[in-house]
Design a binder for this molecule. Structure first.
Ligand code: SAH
Length: 360
């Protein structure tokens, strides 16, 4: 059975021709049902003939990820634990913000892999290891689940405005399906996300960076987390196999889109990377790249050796960056009461299940 959500529009057009013996415009109709109207049954596709719908039932399915559980934080951040076809579990998070007109808009944080092979020492997902890459349907299906949850059914006035690949996994290690998912998000006849509303966050994978950049499908954010190679190698041992110097050289030559600047992410961890000298060194890196910086206060995860930074240290760190005229935005940590840091819900859910198991 072909899950139709696993096909890009050109792929769906070919499939419709080959498997249904139907003209290509039929694919556009089906596409609209899948992505704009979020149909989950072929019987909903009322502008398609009964005979074609019957053929679709025989040859295809529409498979969304299943919601195992969701939690909503006091600040309305909502985190979903999703189960995939083979039982693998992933997370996605909806984060609210208020726009200039006072309306609530949402950003969604998407996963690209079940687990992650990069083993960054501070990251809950990194501690799980990799289960597998997600299919395109599993990446894009996260958005369908969230839109359904918010009753976000008007594609011309979407409530979910931004998608960021900052959930589980290293997106550039699942490049093929990442690019297919971005192409689907971009499609003007589907969800029509412009590239500036799509951000892919990576710890920096050499081959992937170039190909992703050339695709022009989304903006780039790079997890730096340390201003020198030695510290980066301690915090992100696998990512740091691409030496910092080399990573920065690649970013210097990165093909930016119009109005795009490189975004660097820097996680502030108490006593590890939050001192003033490190702030000065970081400022120089950001300046050389003409980039901007997202500072994130570490969100402690269970069994982690690291702690959140002191608020005064964060402020002092930020001020040094400003002195260097570096644009640094402190990303407010949302959803702390629901363990919204990468990989935490899955980890906590497994713990809860263990705790709830009857004692023998
Ligand atoms: N693999 C990609 C994307 C996934 S993680 C990457 O490395 O960029 C998205 C961001 O969340 C990364 O910057 C990551 O370092 C950060 N992160 C991981 N664990 C965190 C935690 N406990 N608190 C705050 N940020 C965390």
């Amino acid at each position: 059975m072909q899950n139709l959500l696993d096909l890009t529009l050109p792929e769906l057009s070919l499939w419709v021709e080959k498997e249904l013996g139907q003209p290509r415009f039929r694919a556009k109709q089906i596409w609209e049902w899948l992505w704009r109207k979020m149909a989950r049954q072929f019987s909903e596709m009322t502008n398609i003939s009964l005979a074609t719908r019957k053929l679709l039932e025989e040859k295809a399915c529409i498979l969304w990820p299943k919601v195992v559980t969701h939690q909503t934080s006091q600040d309305q951040t909502t985190k979903f634990l999703l189960e995939l076809d083979d039982g693998a579990r992933i997370e996605t998070v909806l984060i609210p913000s208020v726009d200039h007109a006072g309306k609530v808009r949402w950003s969604q944080c998407l996963s690209s892999q079940a687990g992650c092979p990069m083993a960054c020492t501070f990251c809950a997902t990194g501690q799980m290891g990799l289960t597998r890459n997600l299919t395109m349907a599993e990446i894009t299906g996260q958005l369908l689940v969230a839109r359904n949850f918010l009753h976000d059914t008007r594609p011309d006035h979407p409530l979910i405005r931004n998608l960021v690949f900052m959930g589980m996994g290293e997106p550039l290690l699942n490049l093929k399906n990442l690019l297919r998912a971005l192409e689907t998000f971009n499609d003007p006849q589907g969800l029509a996300f412009s590239p500036r509303r799509l951000t892919v966050s990576t710890c920096g994978i050499e081959e992937g960076l170039l190909e992703f950049g050339r695709s022009g499908l989304a903006y780039l954010a790079v997890s730096l987390h340390a201003p020198n190679q030695a510290l980066r190698a301690k915090l992100m041992p696998k990512a740091a196999r691409l030496p910092l110097e080399r990573l920065l050289a690649i970013l210097k030559a990165y093909p930016l889109k119009t109005r795009e600047t490189i975004t660097l992410e820097y996680l502030l961890i108490k006593g590890i990377n939050d001192n003033p000298e490190q702030a000065h060194a970081l400022a120089k890196i950001v300046q050389k790249l003409n980039g901007k910086l997202n500072l994130i206060a570490y969100n402690p995860t269970p069994n982690s050796p690291y702690q959140a930074p002191e608020p005064e240290r964060v402020l002092a760190f930020e001020q040094i960056l400003w002195q260097h005229h570096v644009t640094a935005i402190l990303r407010q940590s949302k959803g702390q009461d629901i363990a919204a840091a990468c990989g935490q819900l899955k980890a906590n859910f497994a713990l809860q299940k263990l705790r709830c198991a009857p004692e023998s």
